[in-house]
Design a protein around this ligand. Structure first.
Ligand code: FE
Ligand code: FE
Ligand code: MG
Length: 165
């Protein structure tokens, strides 16, 4: 751990690590929700939906990687037990029990909206306190905004397609 790098953080580091571990837990659950959704999804425009869900799964895993790196830099320990993801998560896990494209897209849009809310609030907490974490969280927030937009536009396309038939 970089001792001076930690010293410039102008906030309670332990509390910050806790918040980062909560976000980290969200990312793993989001990863799995997308990943398993991409395997079981059924319905119109399935191929485009599978491609987007698969890409998003990979991107959520990338967010988990960014968060672990920062947790470790801050001298913290990333969550080691998957069962703790459910204790720490902000946004939970919405099991895709109905494989219809409509239901899966709706569940993941809800998840993205929760992620946007959670990262926006974390961003406000670290603003002017920890520039490095701020930058990481801002980058993730930008991607969650993109994710919501991608899913809503696919859903819109499918709805237009369905009306023409
Ligand atoms: Fe994410
Ligand atoms: Fe996302
Ligand atoms: Mg996308």
């Amino acid at each position: 751990m970089g001792t001076f790098g930690r010293k410039i953080v102008d906030t309670d580091v332990e509390e910050l690590v806790k918040l980062l571990n909560k976000a980290y837990s969200d990312e793993w659950l989001a990863y799995y929700q997308y990943w398993i959704g991409s395997k079981i999804v059924r319905g119109p425009n399935k191929e485009a939906v599978i491609a987007e869900l698969t890409l998003h799964a990979t991107e959520e895993l990338g967010h988990a990687t960014l968060l672990t790196t920062r947790i470790i830099q801050l001298g913290g320990t990333p969550v080691t037990k998957p069962q703790d993801w459910f204790k720490l998560t902000n946004c939970g896990y919405d099991a895709p029990e109905d494989p219809s494209v409509f239901k899966i897209l709706e569940q993941n849009i809800k998840g993205e909206q929760c992620a946007i809310k959670a990262y926006n609030s974390l961003l406000k907490k670290v603003r002017d306190k920890d520039a490095v974490t701020y930058n990481i969280v801002l980058g993730i927030l930008q991607m969650e905004v993109e994710h919501e937009e991608d899913l809503q536009s696919i859903l819109e396309d499918i709805n237009v397609m369905m009306k023409k038939r």
